[in-house]
Each structure stands twice: as C-alpha cells, then as structure tokens.
Design a protein around this ligand. Structure first.
Ligand SMILES: CC(C)(COP(=O)(O)OP(=O)(O)OC[C@H]1O[C@@H](n2cnc3c(N)ncnc32)[C@H](O)[C@@H]1OP(=O)(O)O)[C@@H](O)C(=O)NCCC(=O)NCCS
Length: 173
C-alpha cells in the first residue's frame, strides 16, 4: 500500500463541484453525490471533510444528524455516509484518514455515537461493531454485520436500543 501526503480539512463552498466529482467517480453513479447535496441543502449535514493530495480533492466524507428512536427518549446519533475516494487514490489510506479525522472532530465536539451502514470488513478497524449488539435496529433489509455503531464516549451506546432514523434526505423511513 502506497501512502500519500494527505491533508484533511473542512469542505468550503468552492469545493462543491470537486466533492460531486469524487462521489460520482467513487460510486460510479450520481446517487451519493445527489444525497450529499440534499443533506447540505436541508441542513442535516453535520461535518463535511475533504482530503487533498497533490493539490486536488481526492476524497470526501459526510456526517449527518440522525437519531435512534426507541420506546423511551430518542438517542441523538451521527450517521456516517457517504465516504468516497477517487478510484486512482483508493487503498492508499485516504479513506481511513477521512474517517479517523471525522471521528476525532465529532468526539471533540461532544457527539456520543456514530452509525454506519457499510462494508463490514472496513469499519471495524475504526472501532465500529455490529449495532445489533446494542439492540439498535436498521430499518432497511441489510446484513446485520453491515449495520455498525461506534461509541465516542464510554457506554454511549448503552440504553440506546431502538431503530435508526437517518435524516429525511436519505429517503429511508
Ligand atoms: C471504501 C473507500 C472509502 C475506502 O477508502 P480507501 O482510501 O480506498 O481505503 P484505505 O486506503 O483507507 O483502506 C484500505 C482498506 O480498505 C479496504 N477497502 C477498500 N475499498 C473497500 C470496499 N469497497 N469494501 C471493503 N473494503 C474496502 C481495502 O481492502 C483495504 O483493506 P486492508 O487495509 O485490510 O488491506 C473507497 O475505497 C471508496 O471510495 N470506495 C467506493 C465507494 C464506497 O464503497 N464507499 C463506502 C461506502 S460504505
């Protein structure tokens, strides 16, 4: 694996086109790029980071507001999605740098828990574990091991049993 000199910084207004290009190229379709723009438009986006390498934007990650709705009070949560790296820059640590920096910033800002629906072989390295371990359910028909949660503070997933509710822009009800 080659390692790049990567700078992670918050997305700026002038980055919008580059962020769109990264998401379209990484996913090979416009859906995730559209989602990113909807989340920014309706104010659900919480933290949007870009990765710069060689003078250009090669990666992007978005965290948005979510909640875990249970029988008792809902637990506020942060959803990680999407994360995208230009194909030519994949497997060089860019995605990991984006995830780690994002989680650090969320923790520093006092957020307690993060949920992701994604590759079960990728996210455990950052501390994610099956959300089902905490009674957190996915409203989508997804493999249980792909639906993961991370506590940013000790015990932050305890008492949060319920159903994950992504922001409206995801179109999941
Ligand atoms: C998934 C993605 C963000 C990872 O970023 P990256 O910069 O390529 O990954 P890193 O270099 O930080 O980490 C490399 C590791 O990720 C793994 N990986 C890369 N793409 C993966 C994928 N699609 N599924 C599972 N694991 C993946 C590699 O196998 C490697 O694992 P190893 O360290 O055990 O060898 C990037 O490959 C990408 O944009 N993929 C297309 C879009 C996508 O699938 N986004 C995530 C949706 S959950």
């Amino acid at each position: 694996m080659t390692s790049y000199a990567v700078t992670i910084r918050e997305e700026q207004p002038g980055d919008r086109a580059a962020v769109r290009r990264v998401n379209e190229a990484a996913f090979g379709q416009p859906d995730e790029a559209d989602l990113v723009e909807r989340l920014a438009g309706d104010g659900a986006g919480l933290l949007s980071l870009v990765a710069e390498a060689g003078g250009g934007i090669v990666g992007h990650i978005l965290f948005s507001r979510a909640e875990i709705a249970g029988a008792a009070e809902a637990c506020p949560a942060v959803a990680l999605a999407p994360v995208a790296v230009l194909p030519a820059h994949q497997n060089s640590g860019v995605g990991s740098a984006l995830v780690r920096e994002g989680l650090k910033r969320l923790k520093d800002a006092g957020h307690a828990r993060v949920i992701v629906l994604g590759h079960p072989s990728y996210y455990p390295r950052f501390g994610f574990e099956p959300a089902g371990n905490y009674g957190i359910r996915c409203p989508l028909d997804a493999p249980p091991e792909a639906f993961m949660a991370l506590a940013l503070a000790p015990g932050a997933l305890d008492g949060c049993a319920g159903t994950m509710r992504w922001a409206e822009a995801f179109g999941i009800s």
